[in-house]
Write a protein that binds this ligand. Structure first.
Ligand code: SF4
Length: 219
C-alpha cells in the first residue's frame, strides 16, 4: 500500500483535496457526491451559493422544492435534498462544527452513521476532510484498483478494508487525505472501468495490467 501511494504521488503530485472552502462545505459536498461525478456536485454547490450563504440554518430555511431545485445537477435531487436536510438537522442539533469537533472519532463516526442517508464512505469523507480525523475512505475506485493489483478480492466488507489500510498507513492525516485523492485521480486517468494499462505506472506490479499488456524489453 505504501508503494502504491509513493508511485501515484510521484506520477500525479499532491492533489490538495478536498475541493471546498469550509468544513461545512466539505460535508455538504460529501452528501451530494453520492453516486455522481464531482463536476455535478460543483454545479449544485454553485446553485446553492446563488440562493443562500452556505450554512445548515440557511439550508433548513429553504422550502423542500427550492432546495431540491438547487441541488438538481447532483442527480437524485429530491432524495439528496432530503438527505441534506436530515444532515443539517443533525448538524444544528449537535451544536455545529465546534461541538462536533470535540467528539472522539469513533463516537463522531457512529453519530454520523446514525443520520439517515449517511453511509460509511460519506461519514469517512467527512471525518477525514472536514474534521481531520485519521480514517481511510474506501470507495469503489479503491476496491477496483486493489482488486486488479491482487491485494483485495473486491467483495470484502467496508470495515475490514478500512481497518487494513489504516493499520498499514498509520494515523497520518495528510497521507490519508492525499492517498484517497490520488486513488480517485488514478481511477480517472488510468484505472478506469476500461483500464488504460499500457501507460500505467503501476503495471509492473499489477497482475491485471501485466495480463493485458505483458512487459517487453522496452518497458
Ligand atoms: S496496470 Fe491497468 S489494471 Fe493495473 S493499475 Fe494500472 S490501469 Fe489499473
Amino acid at each position: 500500500m505504501h508503494a502504491v501511494y509513493s508511485n501515484l504521488l510521484a506520477v500525479y503530485g499532491r492533489q490538495g483535496w478536498w475541493p471546498a472552502d469550509t468544513p461545512f462545505e466539505v460535508m455538504v459536498g460529501a452528501v451530494l457526491t453520492q453516486n455522481t461525478a464531482w463536476t455535478n456536485v460543483e454545479r449544485a454547490l454553485e446553485r446553492l451559493a446563488e440562493r443562500i450563504d452556505l450554512s445548515a440554518e440557511a439550508i433548513l430555511a429553504l422550502d423542500a422544492e427550492t432546495l431540491a431545485d438547487a441541488v438538481r445537477p447532483a442527480g437524485y435531487f429530491n432524495l439528496k435534498a432530503r438527505r441534506l436536510r436530515d444532515f443539517c438537522d443533525f448538524y444544528v442539533a449537535s451544536g455545529g462544527l465546534d461541538a462536533l469537533s470535540r467528539i472522539a472519532t469513533d463516537t463522531l463516526r457512529a453519530q454520523l452513521l446514525a443520520v439517515k442517508g449517511i453511509g460509511p464512505e460519506t461519514a469517512d469523507d467527512m471525518l477525514l476532510y472536514a474534521f481531520d480525523r485519521p480514517v481511510f475512505v474506501v470507495d469503489a475506485y479503491t476496491r477496483r484498483l486493489f482488486s486488479r493489483l491482487g491485494q483485495l478480492a473486491g467483495d470484502e466488507g467496508y470495515e475490514g478494508v478500512r481497518a487494513a489500510f489504516e493499520a498499514v498507513l498509520g494515523p497520518d492525516v495528510s497521507v490519508l487525505k492525499e492517498y484517497h485523492a490520488l486513488l480517485v485521480r488514478h481511477a480517472k486517468e488510468a484505472c478506469r472501468s476500461r483500464p488504460r494499462c499500457s501507460a500505467c505506472s503501476l503495471r509492473p506490479d499489477c497482475p491485471a495490467g501485466l495480463d493485458a499488456f505483458p512487459l517487453t524489453q522496452g518497458d
